[in-house]
Design a protein around this ligand. Structure first.
Ligand code: UD1
Length: 426
């Protein structure tokens, strides 16, 4: 693919940007639809490639799926295929979230391992440990994670489950696996991300008896039959925050609509420390930059901590801030690959283990750079807005996977960016 973005220096970004449903929510909600026979409708879906890819995963399990604009309709049959097919799963890491619903519905699931990731290793040990406590055998066999209720005709049983770390994916899979288990399941040290709350809400609408969504203890009273529902995906807080960072970096004035500012309490507070002001407005929030940002230290942690998905934006902002910032990555060890690309753009940055030290410079220096994942790609584009000359950002397919209409949205705010097809520069 020769497609890349050309980014030129931008003045203060200004205007309003509408943000649609969260990528990290919609894929799990599509998987949750498997739990009820009949038609589930999901609205406010982002128009990104991952949605049709997830539709393919569900089709391989026997569902009929229609994707029409921001609406996804999933018809779930009484008999599901319990084995996801490698071709569809391998294209979408998040498809591993069908594991829990399949074990719940079929008492058995075979899901090919989606493989490595540019942001670091992503094991499934906590997912498997949780399923084992619910009474399923689980092993990795021939490249697949296999889970099966122990013994013929055996049911899953409610259990007390402690997660070693509040993993988003493990919380989701164990939660969905437990909805038909006999008795009560308690998931402790559960993830508290707004996307988990969204999933809990949808499962409740389907008839599941779950309490504690948004806290670190989820309680599920298993056994209820679930019915299909119509559910609206929550707004994408990571996309919304990306525009907030762009506003602060350029001294701009950007209103983000479609995202609950409470999902970004800590992020917006940090941006205030960097010199910005923000206010809640109808259906969103407004963030105004104020000259060159001040340096701030950033520490990524599970929600409600600072999101690892915004770590590249924090580094991009630190790279042009007044002063020195320390960034600590506690969730994905591979994320600092992004720093190498930032150094190519003239950032004064170095890493040591899971810390990065960034000394801000007034202006970055344009160069061709490569996006290693969705968020790194967005961070490089923001950095390009503060670089002299033309910055080429390559491997933009990553950006397209997480940011619907990225170029169009950024241009509408006054960003000087275009999508170009040309031979690679190296
Ligand atoms: C989700 C998000 C991702 C976000 C991340 C953390 C989706 C599709 N992706 O990923 O954008 O960056 O949450 O907010 O929703 N871990 C284990 N064993 C396990 C499971 C996880 O060691 O069984 C580790 C991971 O390697 C990682 C950490 O736990 O270091 C957090 O991972 P997790 O919260 O599970 O992230 P994902 O659900 O994969």
């Amino acid at each position: 693919m020769n497609e890349h973005f050309v980014v030129r220096p931008a003045d203060a970004l200004a205007g309003t940007v509408d943000v649609v449903g969260a990528k990290n929510s919609v894929l799990k909600l599509m998987a949750a639809a498997l739990l009820a026979v009949g038609r589930t409708t999901i609205t406010n879906c982002p128009q990104i490639l991952d949605v049709p890819l997830m539709a393919d995963v569900l089709r391989s399990l026997g569902c009929e799926v229609a994707v029409d604009g921001d609406v996804v309709e999933i018809d779930v049959p009484a008999e599901l295929n319990s084995e996801a097919d490698y071709r569809s799963v391998s294209r979408l890491r998040a498809s591993v979230c069908v594991l829990g619903p399949l074990v719940a519905r079929c008492r058995r699931a075979v899901v090919p391992l989606p493989g490595g990731d540019a942001i670091g290793s992503r094991p499934l040990d906590m997912h498997q440990a949780g399923l084992r406590l619910l009474g399923a055998r689980s092993e990795i066999s021939h490249g697949c994670v296999v889970a099966e209720a122990d013994g013929p005709g055996a049911a899953l049983r409610g259990a007390q489950i402690w997660l070693d770390f509040p993993s988003v994916g493990a919380t989701e899979n164990i939660l969905m696996a437990s909805v038909f288990a006999e008795g009560t399941t308690v998931i402790d040290n559960a993830a508290r991300e707004p996307e988990i709350v969204d999933l809990v809400r949808m499962l409740q609408e389907m008839g599941a008896k779950i309490s504690g969504g948004g806290t670190s203890t989820l309680t599920v009273h298993g056994g209820a039959d679930l019915v299909p529902t119509t559910h609206r995906v929550i707004g994408d807080r990571i996309v919304g925050a990306t525009w907030a960072f762009a506003s602060v970096m350029t001294g701009g004035d950007v209103t983000v609509r479609g995202v609950d500012p409470h999902h970004l309490d800590l992020v917006l507070d940090k941006l205030t420390q960097a010199g910005a002001t923000y206010e809640a407005v109808s259906e969103g929030f407004r963030v105004r930059g104020n000259g060159r940002p001040r340096s701030v230290d950033w520490v990524t942690l599970p929600y409600p901590g600072f999101p690892t998905d915004l770590q590249p934006m924090a580094i991009a902002l630190s790279a042009v801030s007044e002063g020195t910032s320390m960034i600590t990555e506690n969730v994905f060890e591979g994320r600092f690959r992004f720093v190498e690309e930032m150094v190519r753009l003239g950032a004064d940055a170095r890493t040591d283990g899971h810390h990065a030290v960034v000394r801000g410079v007034p202006r970055l220096s344009s160069a061709p750079v490569w996006a290693s994942d969705i968020r790194a790609g967005a961070g490089l584009v923001l950095a390009g807005l503060l670089a002299d000359g033309e910055t080429e950002v390559w491997d933009v397919a990553h950006i397209d996977r997480g940011y619907p209409r990225f170029v169009e949205n950024l241009r509408a705010l006054g960003g000087n960016v275009e999508r170009v097809n040309a031979p690679p520069a190296r």
